[in-house]
Design a protein around this ligand. Structure first.
Ligand code: SF4
Length: 325
């Protein structure tokens, strides 16, 4: 049986604000296996990015992880000494952000930045670090790597900058890549190239990728499995094919119905009524109940558990509770 590289268990994150305690994650659990892309989807504010930051122990104050475990190769990252966590972060577990221009340092060349990362994680000479940097740029499909090494970030297009970010992650020997909306800031054609690159890294290098996105089209093209987040909880999780073919949760159904489709040309797009609740006031019971057309008394009072409905397919909804399937 395959062992997960990352196991997130009952993860809880809170932000202590002047307005009160914001419950950003309320018991999120999922596994990430080597050589797979696991997508986290949901509307803005549902906790996707907070999950990615929590994985790297990068929750900014006034936020904090208040419960749960993040196991990497069986070791709980929450209990690691800060120095060990620092070496893991940007080493075995790396992050690719939405805006590569903001993530790259504008005053250093690409080569200098890559050399710094390589030499931070491996004992190699500057010359070897530069050679490895050029290899990594070639591995992410950069034409003319030697020219790119001497370029400053502002001299590159958005797509090239994102490739550099991915090359930096690879050059540190990353086994896990947390990619937070990595294509949102890019043109559509470049988006497809970056997604193809992520899929080839998973296949050729066995890298585990947590892909955070609000775009279900990206999920369909890229992810092996997907978790649907709402108000800081997983509503549905399973193989991407199963979720798209047989989505169970009313929230997932609403998200999929809102995607424009050629067959529905000329018809109004459907939308989920209402909006995502604030983490300050998560509704009791099922957090989706104020927006759900199927809600009944049980939904307003009891939090549904995430239960299996099929092989690897889990749903948190009273419609599929024990004895109802
Ligand atoms: Fe709707 Fe109830 Fe299911 Fe929540 S538990 S999604 S309110 S039917």
């Amino acid at each position: 049986m395959r062992e997960p590289l990352i196991s997130v268990r009952d993860l809880r994150v809170q932000f202590h604000t002047y307005a009160g305690v914001v419950n950003a994650l309320n018991g999120v659990s999922f596994d990430l296996y080597p050589g797979e892309v696991f997508g986290l989807v949901g509307e803005t504010g549902c906790g996707k990015s907070v999950t990615g930051l929590a994985l790297l122990q990068l929750i900014p104050p006034p936020g904090e992880i208040v419960g749960g475990q993040i196991l990497y190769c069986g070791q709980d990252l929450r209990t690691l000494p800060p120095a060990q966590m620092r070496s893991l972060r940007g080493g075995k577990i790396a992050m690719v952000f939405q805006d590569p221009a903001a993530a790259l340092n504008p005053v250093f060349t690409v080569g200098e930045q890559m050399e710094m990362v390589i030499r931070q994680h491996r004992r190699v000479s500057r010359r070897d670090a530069r050679r490895q940097a050029a290899e990594m740029l070639r591995a992410v499909g950069m034409p003319d790597p030697l020219r790119i090494l001497n370029a400053y970030p502002h001299e590159l297009s958005g797509g090239m900058q994102q490739r550099v970010m991915i090359a930096i992650a690879l050059s540190s020997g990353a086994e896990v890549l947390v990619a937070d909306e990595p294509t949102t800031a890019l043109d559509v054609t470049i988006q497809a190239q970056i997604l193809d690159l992520l899929v080839s890294l998973k296949k050729e290098r066995g890298i585990a990728i947590l892909l955070i996105t609000h775009n279900l089209g990206v999920v369909a093209e890229t992810c092996d499995r997907v978790g649907v987040l709402y108000a800081g909880s997983v509503m549905e999780m399973g193989p991407t094919t199963a979720i798209f073919r047989e989505m169970k949760h009313p929230y997932t159904q609403g998200l999929l119905a809102a995607i424009p489709h050629a067959e529905r040309r000329g018809r109004f797009l459907s939308a989920i009524p209402g909006s995502v609740p604030s983490g300050l006031q998560i509704p009791p019971g099922c957090p989706f109940h104020p927006r759900c057309a199927f809600a009944w008394d049980e939904c307003r009072n009891e939090i549904p558990s995430l239960l299996p409905v099929d092989e690897g397919h889990w749903v948190a909804c009273h419609l599929y509770g024990r004895g109802r399937r």
